[in-house]
Design a protein around this ligand. Structure first.
Ligand code: 6PG
Length: 272
């Protein structure tokens, strides 16, 4: 861990719908702050299925009208190596749930080219980040917000346990293979830890009891040890932080938020 990273803000909400609502409120607030401070809002979207509910909300009132879409620049945290119209494409999911329904200029959407050879696509995306953020030398882009999910194995973006991409310290974007248990079984393009940890704000959206084990390992004791449903920090968080990729996301000079539903936080589900 680094000397500057802060304790994560951990918020436990009743269910996945409440996680999406809370994420939408925070997205709107962060967008407004960024536009006021810097004239634009730069955000990297997450893939997988969990953020779909957030994207649907942002595409509808009241949230849709609360975001300065013409000043919003859309990036992606990772992409599956498939064409943009493929059912596995993270871009396609974001496009269908959100981007097609809001007035974000097409030129503000920076997708990863999943249809290209993965190494070229990764290099191309790194070049694009350098250009948009006016980076020189080894500088990293400081996105206003990076949305992330977490897999059952503790992976985030396409940084998987025991894969070389997780160790990348220099490049901004890399291509990676996936462990054999991962679906869909295609190579990925992913932002690297240095980019995730350079963000102003990183927000994880994690729902479902199948994620509770890794959430507990990364964030510390679950409900049995800490009763309040919103806790700003937990003990023994270092235990799982270094082991699982999601635990290694600790923005150096930024805010880290985990939005969890009760199931992911380890609360037993209600029985009828
Ligand atoms: C992807 C991802 C990945 C995802 C997690 C959680 O392309 O699959 O970006 O990191 O966020 O696997 O996925 P779910 O939300 O589907 O559980």
């Amino acid at each position: 861990m680094n000397a500057h990273s802060q304790m994560p803000d951990i918020v436990v909400l009743p269910d996945p719908a409440a996680v999406a609502e809370e994420a939408a409120r925070r997205f709107v607030a962060l967008a407004a702050q960024a536009v006021q401070a810097r004239g634009r809002f730069t955000v990297a979207l997450a893939g997988g299925t969990t953020p779909g509910a957030l994207y649907h909300l942002l595409a509808r009132l009241p949230y849709r009208n609360q975001i300065a879409w013409e000043r919003t620049l859309i990036f992606f945290g990772d992409e599956r190596c498939v064409p943009p119209d493929h059912p596995w494409s993270n871009y396609r999911m974001a496009q269908e749930a959100l981007l097609a329904h809001v007035p974000v200029p097409a030129g503000n959407i920076y997708r990863m080219a999943g249809e290209l050879p993965s190494e070229s696509a990764a290099a191309g995306y790194a070049g694009l980040l350098r250009q948009v953020f006016h980076l020189r030398g080894t500088a990293r882009p400081r996105l206003d917000l990076i949305l992330l999910g977490m897999g059952e194995d503790g992976h985030t973006a396409s940084l998987f346990p025991d894969m070389p991409a997780l160790q990348e310290r220099r490049r901004l974007v890399v291509a990676t293979q996936v462990p054999e248990y991962v679906q869909p079984p295609v190579a990925r393009i992913t932002l690297t830890l240095p980019v995730l940890n350079a963000a102003c704000h990183v927000m994880f959206l994690v729902t479902g009891a199948n994620k509770a084990g890794k959430v507990g390992a990364i964030l510390g004791p679950g409900p049995l040890e800490s009763a309040p449903e919103s806790r700003s920090c937990v003990k023994s968080r270092d235990r799982g932080r270094q082991v699982f990729p999601a635990g290694r996301v600790q923005p150096t000079h930024g805010v880290l938020t985990w939005l969890l539903d009760r199931a992911a936080a380890g609360f037993a589900s209600k029985t009828s």
